[in-house]
Design a protein around this ligand. Structure first.
Ligand SMILES: Nc1nc2c(ncn2[C@@H]2O[C@H](COP(=O)(O)OP(=O)(O)OP(=O)(O)O)[C@@H](O)[C@H]2O)c(=O)[nH]1
Length: 210
């Protein structure tokens, strides 16, 4: 076939969920830097309960054009707007795609939630769940749907292992077991360690770049 103009594929929509304070925004900030350095055309949506605090933080970071950061105010339990009725997030993503037609990927950060929090497939092509070692090494054993069902589990705050009496190897083995061997990666978003492996994973599994 010839003559048909090449059309840009829609941007991949990648969810980032997890408990309050596990490091979702820190991971978003690190991923902006890592993915931008790889030439990925990026935008971000943050979800907060009743403020735009996370969006303002990312806009102020200087890592990304503030116009590429959209804020969704959930108003209720954070999972409602990423799972039960993701309309607000879909509209925010569609709006970003209209305004930035070259977008490759949109990171959609959920508000901090509980271990049962999951993303609708109507909203995301791929979603990560971020837990942290300070939450305790028993978290994977509890088989929360977020931990079990996500496409990629991220165990953050690896730097705190010596301070919180956690057996990281056992935590990772149990996480892989409850996930049937599906991927688990370890990060320290304070220092940026392990973030390249997350970016590699997204490039390979979401953007299909080798
Ligand atoms: N030591 C350490 N602290 C971290 C790490 N990642 C994030 N933090 C800190 O943990 C706190 C929470 O990080 P955030 O990125 O705001 O976490 P969040 O999951 O976005 O939080 P909510 O949006 O409130 O749910 C902040 O004080 C971060 O500086 C890490 O890898 N190691």
């Amino acid at each position: 076939m010839s003559g048909a103009p090449d059309r840009k594929a829609p941007a991949a929509r990648v969810g980032i969920g997890g408990p309050v304070g596990s490091g979702k925004t820190a991971l978003v900030e690190r991923l902006i830097a890592a993915l931008t350095a790889r030439g990925v055309d990026l935008a971000v949506i943050t979800n907060d309960l009743v403020t735009h605090e996370d969006a303002e933080r990312v806009r102020r970071s200087g890592l990304i054009d503030p116009a590429r950061v959209a804020a969704v105010e959930a108003g209720a339990c954070p999972h409602t707007v990423i799972r039960e009725d993701p309309t607000l997030n879909i509209e925010a993503a569609d709006d970003l795609e209209r305004r930035f037609p070259g977008l490759d990927l949109i990171l959609i950060e959920s508000g901090g939630d509980n271990l049962a929090s999951t993303f609708s497939r109507d909203l995301t092509d791929f979603w990560m769940f971020v837990i942290d070692v300070a939450g305790g090494d028993d978290i994977p054993r509890k088989r929360g749907p977020g931990v079990v069902r996500c496409d990629l589990l991220v165990v953050n705050k690896a730097d705190l292992v010596p301070h919180v009496g956690v057996d990281l190897d056992r935590m990772l083995a149990e996480a892989r077991a409850v996930r049937g061997g599906r991927p688990v990666l370890v990060t320290n978003c304070r220092r940026g360690e392990g973030v390249d492996a997350v970016a590699d994973h997204l490039e390979r599994e979401v953007l299909f770049r080798s």
